[in-house]
Design a protein around this ligand. Sequence first.
Ligand code: 3SL
Length: 237
Amino acid sequence: MPSVDICFSPELLPLYDLRGKVAVVVDILRATSSIVTALANGVTHVFPVAELAECAALGQQHGCLTAAERDGRAAEGFDLGNSPFGYLPGGRLPVRGRAVAISTTNGTLALRRSLAADAVVVGAFLNLQAVADFAQAQQKDVVVVCAGWKGKFCLEDTVFGGALAERLAATFDVTSSDDTLAALHLWQQARPDLHAYLLQSSHVRRLNSLEANKDFDFCLRLDEYPTTLPVWQDDRL
Ligand code: 3SL
């Protein structure tokens, strides 16, 4: 039976051999939620990159939109920040039919660090079912790579790991590793009122101070896009 592991931070990735496995990269607030929203709303593909300079260069090279965030704020000189609302109808710029190069503090970095896996997909509460369906179809070990915050543990990414483990529990081993057990326990605590539970998280407080409350509410919507699955292929999603 394949297993589910939760890697609490990209700093711990050297302890998880991703070869032969499915990596599910998650940054609930907000990078992977924004990427899922972008692709669900007509963006053709996304180039996730670690560095701002590379993001700007890709924008020029491919004539695509650029989106960038550092420390929770939109980085200067790019078309978009890291809010999922940038990709929804009525956003600042039309995005349908465009490609987007994205660089964020933790999320895109976690993605780039996960490329040793057989398959790399992007997970969020918004597309939880799409991720579960993909894992079921693959029947390979799954490692949920939590983007965290600057190397540290993040509550919301780990709670997502627990939610995914619960959906896979019938056909995956979700009880052999303490990381997955811990994530499941956190999810079970959070599930009755996910919003109230995650209000405690440090990144929510960081975002609150930057007036991104509506992003927080949106990123917690379960299965808003149940068939949108960003999959890494070549250099893009
Ligand atoms: O760190 C990241 O990748 C971002 O998602 C952080 S923020 O939500 O844009 O502040």
